[in-house]
Design a binder for this molecule. Sequence first.
Ligand code: SR1
Ligand code: MG
Length: 429
Amino acid sequence: MPITTPAGYRALAEPDVAGYLAGLPAIAARLGGAPERWRVREVGDGNLNLVFIVEGPDGAVCVKQALPYVRVAGEGWPMPLERAFFEHRATIAQAPRVPGLVPEMLHYDDELFLMVMERLDPHIIMRKGMIAGTFYPQFAGQIAEYMAQTLFGSSDLAMPAAAKKAQVALFCANTELCKITEDLIFTDPYMVHARNRWTSPQLDAAAAAIRADAPLKRAVSLLKLKFLTEAQALLHGDLHTGSIMVTDRDTRVIDPEFAFYGPMGFDVGKLLGNLLMSYFSQDGHERRPGERDAYRDWILATVDEVWNGFARRFVALWDGPRAGDAFPPALFEGADGAASLRLAQAAFLRALLTDALGYAGTAMIRRTLGFAHNADFETIADPDRRAGCERLNLELARELILQAPAIAGWSEVTARARELRARGPRFPG
Ligand code: SR1
Ligand code: MG
């Protein structure tokens, strides 16, 4: 069945883009010169959309357009164009809280489901930088700030209930993108599904062990239920190193098309799970044993620093002036009240930590056994070497999901990652 699209929609091709932008005076002025001189390149390498970089004599912009299907799968997997609307709305909701940590949104076209944004230069996708072994000294602090501000700021701690409920109502229509996550992360890797793939035959036994693991499937199903029901904060929804552009000084979070109100631990866990995958993948990228030792140390230190920075900032925001209806200040007055609030904050962060540990594990399993893998592992050409990295990743992921409530903190996780790598996998296969 051919896909039908709303009247007025057409997917742009490179030759169409300059003509389209010429009709937007502010963008045309930013680019400068005549449209015939603008250089347009389609550079999208993500799973879903078209992305064009347009360069003029005076400036450059990035144009992102939704296709009516999943780009990597083709027209056989239709996907609503409205994901561009949700990305636009999430970006403008977050931007005042995190100026300088998201790209500037310059224009939204509700017929073409297209955004024009600031072109980030010389930023690169962080995942590519990590595969190359590049250090990002400012990253931990900046991403901790992004997560604390966006998660706290969109929650009932910061927003009056009516305003927060209106945001929940808006983003709860992003159902198809949520469904991708519900299926690809929480369901498919734990069953036989045509969309799954893994390094085979090396990981056949490991994949079968995951499918047969009843306690693991119960724990993942609880995480899925939480994802479906717990409208804590406006999530980015796909916060991994492929959704972050970096330089050695600057961090920008892009691509919030999966945005919806969900459990805060999902964003935190997905990000930290991706850092752990990068850690395990480094053995596949170093040219001689030990070459990436310092880089591995930096990744694990970054995992700790991101969580610690996030937790500190989150509590600081909670202690500051705020308009949220949750934890009314009138109930926490005086010295006893302050002590009581400390206990409440500690309990809140402990629950968030437990969620994040579990969600990190699910992110690590889905990228090894499910539909969409990540370049950290995929670019390791030798399948035996790749499978060795992936097996360690699966082993830690399973522990994170099953043992989350008993894990004291991320330093315990990073110590365990080191230990697994030193000892070698016990996971089947
Ligand atoms: C069909 S889309 C596959 C994945 O790409 C995005 O990065 C999300 O993680 C999604 O699950
Ligand atoms: Mg994306």
